[in-house]
Design a protein around this ligand. Sequence first.
Ligand code: AMP
Length: 249
Amino acid sequence: MKVLVPVKRVVDYNVKVRVKSDQTGVDIANVKMSMNPFDEIAVEEATRLKESGAATEVIAISCGVAQSQETLRTALAIGADRATLVQTDVELQPLAVAKLIKAVVDKEQPQLVILGKQAIDDDANQTGQMLAALLDWPQATFASKIEVSGDSVSVTREVDGGLETLKLSLPAVITTDLRLNEPRYVTLPNIMKAKKKPLETLTPEELGIDVAPRIKTLKVTEPPARAAGIMVPDVATLVEKLKNEAKVI
Ligand code: AMP
């Protein structure tokens, strides 16, 4: 069973982003970039499936600028066997990414695609769902446990009231939640080995996909600054203020 894992290069989660002065977006010049954390979990899960014998090959794919190669090398160092970069300088929106991944799925014929539930830059939470719709495959989002057996996969997912377990027939699309696993540390020997693993580069034109943006960002602004808090001397004053000033109790 081949597993395809889409990974996105995003601003590192430790970076405090700043809005550009012209309000067209956030400033990513000279900012640390990393693999989207949910995608790291997806690569880890695919690698574990391979180590357990359930998967035979793990292929990482990233769509975006040339530097996304670094993200793919990280996926190869975690355990992916080979990687595909769909290279473009065009700003990619979830529908365009889903179409590009679908084109690669048509080419590679994996049985499972494991994506992150959302990319932490735009927080869209759309690509996996759109991909499943385009492929007309079953999907299970926000997975906290994945078990492959034969031609089906059981996925436990986190829902508001607790946990839900779904059984999907393969091929299928799964998106990862935070508690699915804890990704391993990437070791130096594996980083060195990853440099020798195959990485192919394609373009949206070669795949026949139009990636022109369909949504226009009008402006990006900082959230309003929060008013300063106050210290109260005791619980009685707190309760009095909650009752009479905030009127929440
Ligand atoms: P989103 O719908 O943008 O929140 O992204 C959800 C998931 O789709 C991510 O966690 C990735 O697995 C995948 N994805 C989104 N954008 C890209 C991209 N440019 N290249 C590869 N995978 C992507």
